[in-house]
Design a protein around this ligand. Sequence first.
Ligand SMILES: C[S@@+](CC[C@H](N)C(=O)[O-])C[C@H]1O[C@@H](n2cnc3c(N)ncnc32)[C@H](O)[C@@H]1O
Length: 225
Amino acid sequence: MPWTELAVSTANGADLALYVGEDGAYMIRANGLELMSSRNHGSEDVLGAMAGVLARRDGRENEPRILIGGLGLGYTLAAAVKALEGAGRITVAEISADVIDWYERYFEPTLFAERPANMRLVGADVATLLAGTSDRYDVIVLDVDNGPRALASPDNDRLYSAEGLGALRAALADGGMLLVWSGFEAPDFAGRAAAAGFDVACETVAIPERPGLFHYIYRLAKAAA
Ligand SMILES: C[S@@+](CC[C@H](N)C(=O)[O-])C[C@H]1O[C@@H](n2cnc3c(N)ncnc32)[C@H](O)[C@@H]1O
């Protein structure tokens, strides 16, 4: 089914474009490759729900703190908001002001009657946000590329490096969890995460619309130092 270009953005070293399909679906491409589509968002929903459940475990029911890197079309955010049921707070860091504009114009009205009071949307690179705060999170969600390999911004590889993983680990509360969405298996990344002090597990999520294909959620638990 053909896509029609609605808007383009060239900030942050990546060409982003928003498309609409004849069926009313939306898609964001980064440098010509699909970054996110509303036709297929099951694993992004699972990611957000998982973040909510993990953030509320072990008696953190009242003040669970979640950081989501990458807004996209907002599905992961919406699932996390639902799972928290108004508790705690969710910070979303989105690098592209244009994506925030597209979200507010096209997607937010379909996800929420009004913006949830426990959600904060920040126009920032998630790595920069982390470098400038002493806040600690129960769960950090990274879905900024198509997996732990730079696509949406050339700088993103630093997030998946030993140094970047160290910074992410430092931003987690004790017992916290880093969740990384991926469209592919990433054994090298899993090895770096283990070396950086994470207990690593990977959840496979089937894609009903594409039988035989899978998405992956890397679950990196902050191991005791
Ligand atoms: C794959 S989409 C996220 C999809 C989202 N989970 C959803 O449910 O629609 C990736 C998003 O991350 C943003 N992004 C890329 N690099 C980023 C960074 N370093 N910091 C914050 N946002 C980033 C992109 O602009 C894009 O909006």
